[in-house]
Ligand binder design. Structure first.
Ligand code: ARG
Length: 476
């Protein structure tokens, strides 16, 4: 039995209706349906519409100023582009997949609206420099949004820290109780991290701010264009220096994603602390109904889902960076279509990070610290052992190594009796080191221990209050 021939598949049959209206001069037929699907970016790059319109207006104004097109043509182009902006913002713009991307959708619509002058707009430029310019403008705004989101989170942390410059909690290393710190000091550590993220965003913005427009397809253009004019009109510091680099550079997207990834890692670390602090074992904080969820089976539960999701979503942001690095790593100069894959990871990271920043700021404003639970946890951990060793050094002139050993033996005694160091009787202490006096008890209190760490950047409440003031000035 012979099999019937398979029906013609959409994947292999060319669309014989018409070739692309903008570049199809030498094409007899349109693309296969699957070719159109894999090639089109309009599904996502429509996000660049405002940047594309701004870039085209600057380009047209420059062309007219240089006498390359007529002033009347430039005026018609500007009016038409303004109308298109309105159409897109009102949701009535007729997006067409057949027109591939935002650049050709807008240009084709411009021709429908104003006719002949629209056909002069693409003089002395290419989609290659056009997309690089549009995307840089978009990423520049994304960096500014990131900076604002981080700043709001810093403000929330500072407000919360101001309530707790004196609140003693256990500080941890290896997640083992280490030394007393204040909750305010702990929160300010994150203010520093997010401050570095903001400075990375500013660095990335400064590095990005050179205009690729006018590099044309890859080699520049014979038209007497003025690249300084368009650069300035679009808020760039200067035009890019090399046309080949201009159309193939996506470092600015990588810089954005690297900055975003580091910020996401900071958010994830903080989210993990929130999860730990909310456990029944810790109870350092409580989150209200606004930032927790219940369990459908266990009535007693109050789960910190938002923190868990912030922790998990960092993976998406890091994935975006990894994905783009891999897309770019084998590309020869100059433009390759691979670069069209640059946008979605950046859009995805921008959405994810904005959500995570807002949720984290929300949780910080919502959280109520539980100073009693923090103190109780601190009392359980022999947190003033280092203070005891330092007292032996400073009062008895004992070498630190020996003081460390003596303190270890005292900790062991207290541990055997499940009491704190401060609860050991003086006589018991003197069985280990006869020269110990009652004065030692002063350094065994948690508050005294925290207050003694007055070195710059230390956890002493007076230092924390200074640091809070400085943080307001540096960041808000
Ligand atoms: N949609 C394309 C992109 O995002 C625009 C540039 C197309 N250039 C080209 N030579 N096909 O990269």
């Amino acid at each position: 039995m012979t099999k019937p021939a398979p029906p013609p598949s959409a994947a292999t049959t060319p669309d014989t209706q018409h070739a692309n209206q903008l570049w199809g001069g030498r094409f007899a037929a349109g693309p296969a349906a699957i070719m159109e699907r894999i090639n089109a970016s309009i599904g996502f790059d429509r996000k660049l519409y405002a940047q594309d319109i701004a870039g085209s207006k600057a380009h047209a104004a420059m062309l007219a100023r240089q006498g390359i097109i007529g002033a009347d043509d430039a005026a018609a182009i500007a009016t038409g582009l303004d109308a298109i902006l309105q159409e897109i913002e009102r949701g009535v713009f007729p997006f067409q997949v057949a027109l591939e991307d935002i650049h050709m959708n807008i240009e084709a619509r411009l021709a429908e609206l104003i006719g002949e002058p629209a056909k002069r707009l693409h003089t002395g430029r290419s989609r290659n420099d056009q997309v690089a310019t549009d995307f840089k403008l978009w990423v520049r705004d994304a960096l500014d949004r990131l900076d604002a989101g981080l700043k709001d989170l810093q403000a929330a942390l500072i407000e919360q820290a101001e309530r707790h410059s004196d609140t003693v909690m256990p500080g941890f290393t290896h997640l083992q109780p280490a030394q007393p710190v204040t909750f305010g000091h702990h929160l300010l550590a994150y203010v520093e991290m997010f401050g570095r993220d903001r400075s990375r965003a500013r660095d990335a913005r400064a590095r990005l701010n050179e205009c690729p427009l006018g590099s044309a397809a890859l080699a520049g253009t014979p038209y007497p264009i003025d690249r300084d004019f368009t650069a300035q009109a679009l808020g760039f510091d200067r035009p890019t220096a090399n046309s080949l680099d201009s159309v193939s550079d996506r470092d600015f997207a990588l810089d954005y994603l690297a900055t975003a990834s580091i910020a996401a890692v900071h958010l994830s670390r903080f989210a993990e602390e929130i999860v730990i602090w909310c456990t029944a074992q810790f109870r350092f904080i409580t989150l209200s109904d606004a930032f927790t969820t219940g369990s459908s089976i266990m009535p007693q539960k109050r789960n910190p889902d938002a923190a868990e999701l912030v922790r998990a979503k960092s993976g998406r942001v890091i994935g975006s960076l990894t994905g783009l690095l891999i897309a770019l790593k084998g590309l020869p100069l100059a433009y390759s279509k691979d670069m069209q894959e640059d946008k979605e990871p950046v859009f995805e990271a921008d959405d994810t990070l904005a959500l995570c920043l807002a949720a984290t700021a929300g949780m910080v404003r919502d959280m109520k610290a539980n100073p009693v639970a923090m103190l109780r946890a601190a009392e359980r951990g022999f947190l003033t052992a280092t203070d005891l060793a330092d007292w032996l050094v400073q009062t008895l002139g004992m070498p630190f190594r020996e003081a460390h050993h003596v303190t270890g033996r005292l900790v062991k005694l207290a541990e055997e009796r499940t009491i704190g160091l401060a609860e050991l009787e003086l006589a018991t202490m003197q069985t280990v080191e006869p020269r110990i006096t009652a004065a030692v008890f002063q350094v065994l209190s948690l508050e005294a221990s925290a207050a003694s760490r007055k070195s710059f950047g230390g956890t002493a409440p007076e230092r924390v209050r200074e640091a809070l003031k400085a943080a307001r000035e540096r960041f808000l």
